[in-house]
Design a protein around this ligand. Structure first.
Ligand code: GLU
Length: 280
């Protein structure tokens, strides 16, 4: 896709990266070269004057590896114990790497009730705003150690769209393990083509997403990415799905030439994020 200067003037960007993109598939250990490159990309956006926010998964996956569990945990308490270890390790790595490029990162952990209670939602919004004002890069995740099933966003695609909406971001980038939305499953159908631009979401895109791919490390699939697109675009945020295999895609996006799917912002006045979350 070539959109020239369109993304160059974005002021506030949220980037989401999933667990599978942060690990070496063979060992499950953190892919430090990749995390380093991601951090460098984000610092360079900051250096261009943009407000930058990172939504990073990986707490459970990093924790599982640190504890030495063979299989992905299924029960809530093991997941929570993994997240307690993994989130701290992940953050330690981010803090150190951002500092190497002279930037400061800070952690925000959210649960669904952060959004549902008016006061805590306002509070979270103020915190983000103040962090941006101070030039800090918020690194966000779900507060997996305490969130119960009912108070669970469940996946960071949705969480990142909520963060984009809450902070009034003008661009959300979802880094995935696939190039974007395909008309069909590209692994099974050689005729499947990449959808470059979605002007307005409708049901036929949901049908395409049903052929989604998923990894066994993180949570999302194409369906959660499409519901993220609904939240983001209705809130006035452009959203892009792109392949995070090479995180250098971030500056390709900003410079306007990249492979991926763009969902155009709609700015739907009737969209109410609280009502959306309540009914979810
Ligand atoms: N919050 C989860 C974690 O950090 C990830 C959720 C997701 O994969 O979307 O492990």
């Amino acid at each position: 896709m070539n959109v020239n200067d369109y993304f160059k003037y974005k002021k506030r960007v949220v980037v989401k990266i999933g667990s599978s993109s942060l690990q070496h598939p063979q060992t499950g250990s953190m892919n430090l070269m990749k995390i380093e490159k991601l951090v460098r990309e984000l610092c360079d956006l900051r250096n261009q004057g943009m407000d930058v926010c990172l939504v990073s998964s990986g707490a459970i996956a990093v924790g599982r590896q640190a504890i030495g569990l063979q299989n992905r945990p299924e029960d809530i308490s093991t997941k929570q114990a993994c997240a307690a270890v993994g989130q701290a390790r992940l953050m330690m790595t981010y803090q150190r790497m951002f500092a190497e490029y002279n930037q400061t990162a800070g952690q925000i952990l959210m649960t669904k009730d952060t959004m549902l209670e008016e006061e805590s939602c306002q509070n979270a919004q103020n915190t983000f705003e103040e962090m941006f004002r101070l030039g800090i890069i918020p690194v966000v995740n779900e507060n997996d150690t305490v969130s119960t099933y009912e108070m669970h966003f469940g996946d960071n695609d949705t969480l990142s769209a909520i963060v984009a909406s809450l902070t009034g971001a003008d661009l959300l980038i979802l880094l995935s393990d696939i190039d974007g939305l395909y008309t069909d499953d590209p692994r099974k159908n050689p005729e499947a083509t990449l959808v470059e631009c979605v002007e307005k979401m409708d049901a036929h895109y949901d049908a395409m997403a049903k052929q989604s791919t998923g990894s066994d490390v993180g949570t999302g699939g194409m369906a959660t990415k499409l519901s993220a697109a609904r939240i983001a675009t209705a809130s006035g945020t452009d959203m892009i799905i792109a392949n995070g295999k090479d995180v250098g895609i971030i500056h390709q996006i900003i410079s306007g030439t990249f492979r991926g799917t763009l969902f155009r912002a709609q700015n739907d006045e009737t969209f109410d994020i609280h009502a959306y979350l309540q009914n979810r």
